[in-house]
Design a protein around this ligand. Structure first.
Ligand code: ASP
Ligand code: MG
Length: 428
């Protein structure tokens, strides 16, 4: 009988140093009889450091200095892990040379250059993990995700070209999984038809794992985290959180869309479409159950709170006192889509319209300028969007305390507040 395949995804925290990588190898040791496609992020905060290299592109010496810091950090880990890393070092040197070349590219093509440089963290971390698995005597192959995940040319936020990607899974990934128990590949990156590296958006490795899960029709996917599972709120913001043992896809997609950082919001759809169960488990307590996300409907959820920061409200009103009617709304939404501003909440009156959007680069300014002929705009920045699912009245009151509420909306099961001044809360 053909053996079933699983996908494991290990994020940056799970491979942040030599001890963490050894822990991942141990988890895989206990699963060594299985067929597993392993999707890995860059080590720790490497992606942020690589972003700093790109930011410095106009000052090549500074960029090279920052790149050297990344190399040094990896070297420390490699020397701790391996007695003789000569072979691995040669491979990594080739990867880093690619960055040096990319630094000579035309800096005005910023998003393109960004993708050629920032995805390096994943190439390096997967090489290290693969080498570690090999040294531990496990059956493993390294796979370049860019040969499999094909995308359009929207650099830094590229869209998957499913047809080619699915074909690559069948013709290139399945044969590797037939010969090896483990196949180690990168999250976050893909490539265009011209083989230029693209990225799927920050924190996109979960989504990569879901793409592989869908394409390989796996029996389950597991995301290994530094928390015991999906919690009722972010433990960095709330003191009293509890773990959810089971969650429906629908619930998971709602909470992650509105800021629950535990999983990337794009992860759920491919899994739901093929009814692939998703486990969220702790790499620190691998024997514990974690959270199971599946099509099973749970009737009784506790209140679940998600907080999305970096929000802005754009207040829009007509200059000539005409109603904000359908033709206006249609134009405004076209412009919002053009500047790729995700609308998280909205409210309208006769001559005004307020939208809460995630603040990204200069997109809000560009949007406001694009509608300035007919509309006046004011923008309120640095806000938080609080989404409470399965709310209880007392909880909402306590969440509102000490804050200025700028927008509020209540629909079945869900209350959303856009607020100023969020502080650590006592209980959920
Ligand atoms: N390393 C990438 C990032 O930090 C992708 C990921 O970790 O999911 O954004
Ligand atoms: Mg990361």
């Amino acid at each position: 009988m053909k053996q079933e395949i699983k996908v494991f995804k290990f994020g940056g925290a799970s491979v942040k140093d030599a001890k963490a990588i050894n822990n991942v190898i141990e988890i895989l040791q206990t699963n060594k009889e299985q067929r597993i496609l392993i999707v890995v992020s860059a080590m720790g905060k490497t992606t942020n450091k690589m972003e700093r290299v790109v930011h410095a592109i106009k000052d090549k010496n500074r960029a090279l200095e920052l790149l050297q810091e990344v190399k040094d950090a990896h070297n420390i880990v490699i020397n701790e892990l391996f007695e003789d890393p000569t072979e691995l070092n040669e491979i990594l040197n080739d990867i880093f040379v690619e960055v040096e070349w990319a630094l000579d590219e035309d800096a005005s093509q910023y998003d393109f250059v960004y993708d050629q440089i920032v995805g390096i963290g994943e190439l390096v971390s997967t090489r290290i993990l693969h080498h570690g698995l090999k040294m531990a005597g496990l059956s493993t192959a390294w796979l370049d995700a860019r040969d499999i995940v094909k995308t359009d040319e929207l650099y830094r936020e590229s869209t998957v070209l499913w047809e080619e990607t699915l074909e690559n899974m069948q013709t290139r990934v399945l044969p590797l999984l037939e010969k090896n128990n483990f196949v180690v590949t990168q999250g976050f990156i893909g490539s265009t038809s011209d083989n230029h590296t693209t990225t799927l958006g920050r924190e996109g490795s979960d989504y990569s794992a879901a793409i592989f899960s869908y394409g390989l029709d796996v029996s389950s996917m597991t995301i290994w985290k530094d928390v015991p599972g999906v919690l009722t709120a972010d433990p960095r913001k709330f003191n009293n959180v509890t773990k959810l043992n089971r969650l429906a896809y629908r619930e998971a997609i709602e909470m992650t869309y509105y800021g629950a950082k535990v999983i990337h919001p794009k992860t759920i759809k491919p899994l739901q479409n093929k009814s692939i169960p998703l486990h969220v488990k702790s790499f620190l307590q691998p024997e514990e159950d974690g959270t199971l996300i599946s099509s099973e409907i749970e009737e009784n959820y506790p209140p679940i709170v998600s907080i999305e920061d970096n929000q802005s409200i754009v207040y829009i009103s007509t200059k000539d006192f005409s109603f904000v009617a359908e033709h206006h709304l249609s134009f405004l939404f076209q412009q919002l889509a053009k500047f790729r501003l995700p609308v998280n909440m909205m409210q309208n009156t006769a001559i005004s319209f307020a939208v809460c959007v995630t603040d990204k680069e200069n997109r809000i300014e560009d949007f406001c300028n694009s509608i300035s002929a007919d509309f006046k705009t004011t923008v309120d920045k640095d806000l938080e969007l609080i989404t409470i699912r399965h709310y209880q009245k007392a909880l909402i009151e306590s969440l509102k305390k000490g804050k200025i509420i700028l927008l509020e909306q209540r629909i079945k099961e869900t209350v959303q507040l856009v607020v100023k001044g969020f502080q650590m809360m006592e209980r959920v």
